[in-house]
Design a protein around this ligand. Sequence first.
Ligand SMILES: [Zn+2]
Length: 110
Amino acid sequence: MQFLIEHSSTIYIIVIFIFLINNLGNAFLGRWLAAEKHRDSTAWFWICLFLGIPALLVLGLSQTIDIRKIAHRINESITPDMSVTWECPRCSIKNPNNLYTCKECGYKLA
Ligand SMILES: [Zn+2]
């Protein structure tokens, strides 16, 4: 009887250990995947840590966020001021000074 109790608690610890390693693996995988898809990697780290495989599936099937599309949307809402311009260091397009992101490639000014 004593042997059985000791044995089962060892299995219990091993199961918890595997569970933790597995969830941490999911969390780091989620963080990497989110970064690849231009999504919030910190948020997805925690979501994948607690929800595991289903969260990874949702993230994996979700669309990659198109930075250019977002930049375009932001730029369209701003009236361009071409009196002062800045040149994009990535694509050397001239952008109006009141734009925070490049209208061509989405480059973000620091
Ligand atoms: Zn650019």
